[in-house]
Ligand binder design. Structure first.
Ligand SMILES: [Zn+2]
Ligand SMILES: [Zn+2]
Length: 240
């Protein structure tokens, strides 16, 4: 059986070699592991470093210069960046899970450089992906933030899948107009299911997009209530 599946995989790779996720060009052997061609490499939109989720200024501290946000933000790209939006769309709405691979790879590099710049030892952090409500998870079939977290591949940072849970279904933040509506929409929608796993820990909270920052702020608040120490909020793109 194992030999058979190996043959199938070999035939698949030979007959249908992976194409660039963005432009569908044939990939060179060395590009195949990251699913993007050389032309579709995406330079970072923001300089290396943390930002304050409230005033958007650069912030070397955790939490940021506005401590009420409870975390320091970090995101390499603007949400208007077409290539990034396309990759996130492939991942979230077309179920192309391979799109998490190039995103995770770039996120890792941006995160490691930012942490080094601010002198933050990431080996003290655990990764928690922003969870979906179970109903949404059933509908989509996977949590895109969890896939991103897995493709970060930083061995010294353990991944904790189920410590943070979504207890209330909410309409998507992108469907709501202003900051106030988004804050009210998300209020009280997270809880800690495993306080022991969170208490006293530094946490890297991971989401695909920071829209207004309200979702991350709410998740960070729940983690803080559960006794978390320092929180970094990492996303591929930020919309502000
Ligand atoms: Zn390409
Ligand atoms: Zn600030």
């Amino acid at each position: 059986m194992q030999t058979f599946s190996r043959i199938v995989r070999f035939l698949e790779a030979t007959l249908f070699p992976p194409l660039c996720l963005l432009c569908r060009a044939h990939l060179l052997a060395e590009e195949r592991t990251r699913w993007l061609c050389g032309t579709c490499t995406i330079p970072f939109d923001f300089p290396i470093g943390f930002f304050c989720p409230f005033c958007k200024k650069r912030s070397p501290t955790i939490p940021s210069c506005h401590p009420e946000t409870r975390f320091a933000g970090i995101a390499p790209w603007k949400y208007e960046n077409e290539k990034i939006r396309n990759l996130i769309h492939l991942l979230k709405y077309e179920g192309i899970k391979a799109a998490a691979i190039p995103l995770g790879e770039e996120l890792r590099s941006y995160l490691l450089k930012s942490a080094a710049l601010h002198g933050v030892p990431l080996s003290n952090f655990i990764i928690i992906p922003v969870p979906l409500h179970p109903r949404k998870l059933r509908k989509r079939g996977f949590n895109q933030s969890l896939l991103l977290a897995r493709s970060l591949r930083i061995p010294e940072m353990p991944l904790l899948e189920h410590a943070l849970v979504r207890i209330r279904p909410t309409p998507p933040q992108t469907a709501l107009g202003n900051r106030k509506a988004r804050t009210e929409n998300i209020y009280g929608s997270f809880a800690i299911s495993n306080e022991e796993a969170v208490r006293g820990k530094n946490i890297l909270l991971l989401d695909d997009v920071i829209t207004s920052g309200a979702t991350m702020r709410e998740a960070a608040m729940a983690l803080k209530k559960g006794g978390a120490k320092r929180i970094i909020g990492l996303a591929a793109a930020r919309a502000f």
